[in-house]
Design a protein around this ligand. Structure first.
Ligand code: BGC
Length: 869
């Protein structure tokens, strides 16, 4: 066998890869990335996989097509035992999409929404490299990433794991991540195929046959091809090893049994040669003949039922053979069958991962507005206040399916600013996410007398009374403790309370009047993380927050249970648990205190966040674009107290900004990863210059967005269990352009601390597309990055309605003050074509096309035309 090396052979030829790329610049950039792979050892065309197949028993084949429990319990999402007898090793599959999610720690990268704002495929490749490298070190084989679906719906809770609303941008960033992951000898699994754009109605696990709660998502063929398939096409051409079939129905079929998309399109049209795995618990039949190759995480269909079906002759064994060959083909391609795989590093390079995490947080920040308050000037540095919980604790990300990060490295923006030596900001929390212990005088034990709550050992035994539930720090309960506290809570006044169940090293839950409100520190797959809300408590507990409206003087039955982690869970120790709250009065007082502080300083910087927690990748969808927990109120109050207010947003997709006219400077820092405190401090101080661009349109009002237009309920949430993508190809900015709606901030928008001028546009017609050349000059006085964007207009006489402008090319350039660069970007004819449904192919309409070059989709600096041939 050829020696092992860093490289993985491509599944497509170089020419194939080129053909699939939108712009030549992108293709060339991509090929430069791909070059190492292109010279890797030749494949044997699957001969090894086929050879092994001949030696496998039916049982062994079946074991290769469904998940099982990992005897080693490393904490990953999926496991395939392999066939040790024949030297086929196990396959361990870890989430992604933002870092390796297993029991051991890995680098806490910012989520992909932050990465995407960099518009920098090279950085995306580095991001993939970190995940691939660390995954290998942590003994993983497949990374369940990247998540490459298009962000169609603003309420989709998983947008923060995606690269936004443009298919071309999505494709560039997906390919680069995959290349980075796979170059480490780690298989990438792109997810979730296909049209998985909202949580609501995707799958009701308790009743998957109910059409009212398991929606059908209807997308026409043209829209599928122009908007939802291009990224899949690009990753297939880039040689992604594996694809995950999504939970939802698409055009009447479950995605896991949809022959049209799994076989006709994915294999037939796009030429995918890797294997398709189900999303976790998304299989509804033995659908191996439809094109699903593997069930995860178990074998409810692809285990015994499949074996039985083969024995009965209802499913031909050849269908199983096909699936097994595809799976073993990837084993072989990555060197898993003969020891030729790239070797894994013995330990995680924490510093290297941290450098990438910080770079992503820096390059992914978007300066939305700046009236001159940023970077902070001398007067501001002398008299500065930071406000908000994510100023004093770094907003790494929200929810799970990511590496939580190295906790000891997490430094807040506040601490990073202080350590810079340039400033010593004051801080007001404004919105308190830690709260205070619920006091004894509002608690009554179960027997109705005295104060406090009744404590009962879970294993039975004598009850005692505790004045409060606050067993933290020195007062923590012994390892493995499990108790229930019961009684009543009688709030002193009526209003909205924030109740919090906070815990560590024991899973804790809280219920009120019999209704389960929330839980914290629950282990999943043998480990737990502090991600029940955006940040843990200030003293390091996992923290589940719930907002409830209570009536003063009314007694509510309260029950708290804590179960000390079992000895199978990592990081056991003394059990901490606390019941805390923020009363309505305290909430108002916190906002007043923040506004008071804002009035006393030169510049207040308010940090606001969005998103909730949980160990999985996005819980239910959002119901509003408004910032949660009264943060709009906080920003209004601070801005009223000080006109120089700066807002820093830790969000992963659009939010509304009712205070926009009162706030002159807004920095979208995104979720910033474990190193985000440093990055944000650098950006505020001007040690780094923001250069990111929006990957999603921020609407002024929800109704302006195509999926939230009240005239089109069929688009989102759906009507009678059917979601219709009736906006067609006019998703995201295409809709705003067509309807002439002014967004709050448009797609591609992002300012800088310096300025860029554009000039000397020339458009030339080349084979299969256009070549667009122009010069960008940094005319300001700081070094900075700009992302020039090339948009093409609709064809004048096309038989279909085409978008006003379509992103066709972009490139991030970094320039010194006074420096110019001449760029030549290629617009592939595909970007100017439409999918002809009747003919089943791409058609390039005749005629002259507008070519626009801009600093955003609405800040067009140069205009020209070109006629593709
Ligand atoms: C998610 C996937 C994830 C899988 C394994 C599913 O619920 O949708 O994105 O990879 O779980 O954790």
């Amino acid at each position: 066998m050829p020696p092992s090396d860093d490289r993985v052979p491509p599944v497509r030829s170089r020419r194939d890869v080129l053909k699939g790329f939108g712009s030549a610049a992108a293709a060339v950039a991509f090929l430069a990335l791909l070059e190492p792979a292109a010279v890797a050892r030749p494949t044997d065309g699957g001969a090894k996989a086929r050879g092994l197949l001949a030696r496998l028993t039916l049982d062994e084949k079946i074991a290769l097509v469904h998940g099982a429990t990992d005897p080693e319990r490393l904490g990953q999402a999926g496991y395939l035992p392999g066939v040790p007898r024949l030297g086929i090793p196990p396959l361990r599959m870890s989430d992604g999409p933002a870092g390796v999610n297993v029991a051991a720690s890995a680098t806490g990268l910012p989520p992909v929404s932050t990465l995407a704002a960099s518009f920098n495929p090279e950085l995306a490749r580095e991001y993939g490299e970190v995940m691939g490298r660390e995954g290998r070190t942590l003994r993983m084989d497949v990374l369940l990433a990247p998540q490459i679906e298009l962000s169609r719906a603003l309420f989709f809770s998983r947008n923060k794991d995606q690269t936004g609303e443009d298919p071309y941008l999505n494709a560039q960033l997906a390919v680069a991540q995959i290349e980075g992951v796979q170059a480490q000898g780690m298989l990438a699994m792109a997810k979730h195929y296909l049209a998985n754009n909202q949580r609501n109605g995707e799958l009701n696990r308790s009743d998957p046959d109910d059409p009212a709660t398991n929606f059908d998502f209807r997308v026409d063929d043209r829209t599928l091809h122009e908007i939802y398939l291009p990224t899949w096409e690009a990753v297939v051409r880039a040689g992604v090893a594996s694809i995950m079939a999504a939970y939802n129905h698409l055009n009447g079929e479950w995605n896991t049994e949809n022959r049209a998309t799994l076989t006709d399109i994915l294999r037939g049209e796009l030429g995918f040669e890797g294997f398709v795995t189900s999303d976790w618990n998304s299989v509804h039949s033995v659908s191996v003949e439809d094109g699903l190759d593997m069930q995860m995480p178990d074998g409810t269909y692809f285990g015994d039922p499949l074996k039985q079906a083969v024995r009965d002759g209802t499913i031909p064994e050849s269908a199983v053979d096909t699936a097994v060959t595809r799976i073993l083909g990837q084993y072989d391609r990555f060197g898993l069958l003969d020891g030729s795989r790239k070797s894994a590093r013995a330990a995680i390079d924490v510093e290297a991962g941290a450098r990438t995490a910080r770079e992503v947080a820096t390059q992914g920040a978007v300066l939305l507005a700046n009236d001159g308050a940023l970077p902070l000037g001398r007067a501001a540095l002398r008299s500065l206040a930071l406000i908000g919980p994510t100023a004093a604790q770094v907003a790494v990300s929200v929810s799970g399916e990511r590496a939580y990060g190295f906790e000891d490295r997490m430094v807040s923006p506040l601490a990073a600013l202080r350590r810079s030596g340039d400033t010593d900001p004051r801080h007001a929390v404004g919105v308190d996410l830690t709260g205070t212990t619920v006091p004894a005088d509002v608690l009554t034990p179960a027997d109705g007398t005295g104060h406090g709550l009744t404590r009962t050992p879970a294993a039975g035994g004598a009850a005692t009374t505790d004045a409060t539930v606050d067993f933290t720090g020195d007062q923590a309960l012994p390892l493995g403790s499990s108790y229930v506290w019961s009684g009543t809570l009688t709030p002193p006044t009526s209003g909205e309370y924030r109740l919090m169940i906070q815990a560590w090293r024991g899973a804790a839950s809280l219920s009120l009047d019999g209704e389960q409100l929330g839980s914290a520190a629950s282990p999943r797959d043998g480990f737990a993380r502090k991600w029940s809300s955006i940040v843990p408590t200030t003293d390091g507990l996992d923290n589940e927050l719930v907002t409830v409206t209570l009536t003063g003087g009314q007694a509510y039955v309260v029950r708290i249970a804590v179960t000390g982690w079992a000895d199978t869970v990592h990081d056991r120790g003394p059990v901490e648990v606390r019941l805390a709250w923020v009363t309505p009065e305290q909430r108002a007082a916190d906002i007043r205190a923040a506004a008071r502080l804002a009035g006393q300083v030169h510049t207040p910087v308010v940090f606001a966040f969005n998103g909730s927690g949980g160990s999985t990748g996005g819980g239910g969808d959002r119901t509003t674009l408004a910032l949660p927990v009264h943060q709009d109120e906080l920003i209004e109050a601070v801005a009223a107290a000080n006109p120089r207010t700066v807002v820093v947003l830790n969000v992963g997709d659009p939010v509304t900004m009712p205070w926009r006219k009162k706030v002159g400077t807004i920095l979208l820092a995104g979720y910033a990863g474990q190193e985000g405190g440093w990055a944000t401090a650098d950006l505020l101080l001007g040690r780094a210059n923001p250069g990111g661009k929006l990957t999603m349109t921020f609407p002024k009002r929800e109704a302006d967005h195509p999926t939230l237009d009240p005239a089109h309920p069929e688009r989102y949430f759906g009507v009678d269990g059917v979601v219709t993508y009736s906006e067609g190809v006019f998703t995201g900015y295409r809709h705003f352009d067509r309807e002439g709606i002014d967004p709050l901030f448009c797609f591609g928008h992002g300012l800088s601390y310096t300025r860029f001028s554009y000039g000397r546009l020339s458009v030339s017609e080349v084979r299969d597309g256009l070549e667009v050349s122009f010069t960008v000059t940094n005319t300001g006085d700081r070094r900075g990055a700009e992302v020039p964007q090339v948009y093409v207009g609709a064809a004048p006489h096309a038989p279909v309605d085409m978008p006003v402008r379509t992103l066709a090319a972009f490139e991030q350039v970094e320039l010194r003050p006074g420096q110019s660069r001449r760029l030549t970007l290629r617009v592939d004819e595909r970007r100017m074509s439409y999918w002809d449904t009747a003919k089943g192919r791409w058609v390039l309409p005749a005629g002259r096309r507008k070519v626009e070059v801009g600093s955003s989709s609405r800040d067009i600096r140069l205009k020209g035309t070109g006629t593709p041939r």
